[in-house]
Design a binder for this molecule. Structure first.
Ligand code: ADP
Length: 258
C-alpha cells in the first residue's frame, strides 16, 4: 500500500450493484471506482434514482455490491460475514440520517453514548462533555429528543456520530428536514469536524447549497460517476446538476442502464 492509499479511508473499486431478478434488473451502480481521503468532506449528488443511496449503502457496508470491492479504513468488506460487518460499522462508522433516528425514551446523554456502549466501550465523561459543547448542547444532557428542536436533534445525532471518532461519517440528506438557517449551522458543524478533527464525512444530498459545504462533490447519473467538482460553490453545483439532467436524457445514457 503506498502513502496515497493509506490516506484513503474509503475505496470503491469497480463497484456494480444490480437489483432485481434476471428478467427485470436495475443497475443501480455501474462500475464505480473512487477513493476518499481522510479528513475530507465529500458530497454525493445526482438526480433521483441515480444511485446515491445505493452508493452510500455499499460504501458503508450496509449493502453488498453485486461485484467489485469496497475497502473501509483498510479493511476489505467483501469477505466479512454479517457479524464482522456489524462490528466494523459500530466501531468505525458514524451515521447521520435525515430523520435523526434518536431513541425518544433516552436522554441526550444516553443517545450520544449509545454507539460506544453497543461497541462495549466506556463513555469517557470528559469526551462526552467536549462533544456536547462542540455541537452547542452543553446543559441539555438530561433532555429527551421530544423536548428539542429539529436542529438540536440533528446536533445530538452529530454528537452521537462524532463521539466514537469513527473512520468515516456517512450522512443521508442530514439537512433534509431542517430549515435553511438551521441546516447552515449543522453543515458548519460538520465542516468544523473535518477541519479541526480530521473527520472524514460523506454526505448524500440533493441540495446544491448543502453540497457547497463539501471539499468535493461527486455526481452520479444512471449509476455512474460522471463528474466531480472540487471547492464547489452552490452556483457551480446547480449548473452541473442541470447538465446532468441533460446527460441522463441522451440515448447513450438511457441505453446504459438496460
Ligand atoms: P437515489 O438515491 O439517487 O435516488 P437509489 O440508489 O435509491 O437512487 O436507486 C438507484 C436505482 O436502483 C433506482 O432505479 C432504484 O429504483 C433502484 N433500486 C434501489 N433500491 C432498490 C431495491 N432494493 N430493489 C430494486 N431496485 C432498487
Amino acid at each position: 500500500m503506498n502513502s496515497s492509499d493509506a490516506r484513503e479511508v474509503v475505496r470503491l473499486e469497480s463497484v456494480r450493484k444490480i437489483y432485481g431478478t434476471s428478467r427485470n434488473t436495475v443497475t443501480a451502480l455501474d462500475d464505480v471506482s473512487i477513493g476518499l481521503e481522510r479528513g475530507t468532506f465529500t458530497a454525493v449528488m445526482g438526480p433521483s434514482g441515480s444511485g446515491k443511496s445505493t452508493f452510500l449503502q455499499c460504501a458503508a457496508g450496509l449493502d453488498r455490491p453485486t461485484s467489485g470491492t469496497v475497502h473501509l479504513d483498510g479493511a476489505d468488506l467483501g469477505p466479512l460475514g454479517e457479524r464482522a460487518l456489524t462490528k466494523l460499522r459500530r466501531e468505525r462508522i458514524g451515521f447521520i440520517f435525515q430523520a435523526f433516528n434518536l431513541l425518544p425514551a433516552l436522554t441526550v446523554l444516553d443517545n450520544v453514548t449509545l454507539p460506544l456502549r453497543l461497541a462495549g466501550r466506556r463513555a469517557d465523561k470528559a469526551a462526552v462533555r467536549e462533544v456536547l459543547e462542540r455541537v452547542g448542547l452543553e446543559g441539555r444532557q438530561g433532555s429527551r429528543p421530544g423536548e428539542l428542536s429539529g436542529g438540536q436533534q440533528q446536533r445530538v445525532a452529530i454528537a452521537r456520530a462524532l463521539i466514537a471518532r469513527p473512520a468515516v461519517i456517512f450522512g443521508d440528506e442530514p439537512t433534509g428536514a431542517l430549515d435553511t438557517s438551521t441546516a447552515r449551522d449543522v453543515l458548519a458543524l460538520l465542516r468544523e469536524a473535518v477541519q479541526q478533527a480530521e473527520q472524514t464525512i460523506v454526505m448524500v444530498t440533493h441540495d446544491p447549497v448543502a453540497a457547497a459545504h463539501a471539499d468535493r462533490v461527486l455526481f452520479l447519473a444512471d449509476g455512474r460517476l460522471v463528474d466531480s467538482l472540487d471547492r464547489p460553490t452552490a452556483g457551480l453545483v446547480a449548473d452541473r446538476m442541470t447538465n446532468l439532467g441533460a446527460w441522463s436524457r441522451t440515448p447513450a445514457a438511457q441505453g446504459g442502464n438496460r
